[in-house]
Design a protein around this ligand. Sequence first.
Ligand code: GLU
Length: 468
Amino acid sequence: MTQVRTRFAPSPTGFIHLGNIRSALYPWAFARKMKGVFVLRIEDTDLERSTDASVDAILEGMEWLGLDYDEGPIYQMQRMDRYREVLKQMLDQGLAYHCYMSTEELDALRERQRAANEKPRYDGTWRPEEGKVLPPIPEGVSPVIRFRNPIGGVVSWDDAVKGTIEISNDELDDLVIARPDGTPTYNFCVVVDDLDMKITHVIRGDDHVNNTPRQINILRALGGEVPVYAHLPTVLNEQGEKMSKRHGAMSVMGYRDSGYLPEAVLNYLARLGWSHGDAEIFSREQFVEWFDLDHLGKSPAQYDPDRLNWLNAHYIKEADNARLETLTKPFLAELGIDAAMIEQGPPLELVIGLLKDRASTVKEIADNAAMFYQEPVIDPAALAQHVTEAVRPALADLRLALSEVEWSKEAISAAFKATLTSHKLKMPHLAMPVRLLVAGTTHTPSIDAVLMLFGRETVLARLEKGIA
Ligand code: GLU
């Protein structure tokens, strides 16, 4: 059996969002599953719109998600000689021809066709045929090169997602494959590349379905074998619009910078247009083992941030504390908490151990961890609400008890219970003011675990200050 070869062929013309990178994930997974080869090709021939920054974003996003490639990145701009060589070969073999029709003539032709209610298409004026006399070559006109599309018959392919698609050749006119300045056009470069790179499976967005019949015709003319095509339905945003920067999509690296774990994003993307029974949570290895082209979704997938958060929360719970510590530090730095401040507080790893079960993002862990490393700023209204005259004596007793107990979660909890009983109070009456005074907020995980981490000295000092 021939070796499976897939590719991701992004145009580096903007930023890369989840919908874009999904077009890398599936061919990557298929190549890995089939023990094949995954090629990265950068389609950078649109010089005006292609940028190095965009290339970097693609490489960075793929690396973050662990989408490793076996060949590339291959830049189309570095393959111009090869495209020119194939153009020449096609001219020599009569598979393509020079067309001298000027832009004005083309416009006039289109105008006439429109007026006659016909579909605008090139009329073959310069297409050589047996016994046909071509017009005299005009002076000073640089010709384009057109592909001699077959006349009659159909182009059809069995799309792995969309089923059989059939287009009549008469719908396709002779495509321009090189511009007047000799530069090759988009569809032509794709075909030469897919051929040279021996691509067996083209897995890409369905915005390319219209290009496929033209590409197949050129491919066949060049003696190539038609690959399997799988055209992925687009990804919609929460509003049901096509995901795009203009419609507010976030870049792939934006997810890292918002505190998402790459394994969560990978798992999320895997399910965004593909399924394996009702499996929702699976590892990269499991995904690769299960991935196939038969279970790709046929309708557009819709981005659902809640679902991604749910997966991220799951992977955060599973993640090693030391790893989360490394990931949390930059977010703490953004909050103004540097290494020296972290050093002063409880071990970050233990804080993370306490907070990770209730966080959807690493950023959220940092937001919640901040209280352990900053002096509390207490809202006077909350203070008035929770630290009442009625509760002060209980707070004083609790402080006393806490100054004597062994510093363990159990002992702290016992000190609370004893104080509650002797003052006939309920847990929130005491826990809320303690939280506020020690942590500066009433939203914390269980109070005994939190106090434990703050440490006796800090707890006693802050309680003292609060009840003085
Ligand atoms: N460069 C094209 C794009 O970014 C993809 C071309 C292809 O996959 O054939 O949409």
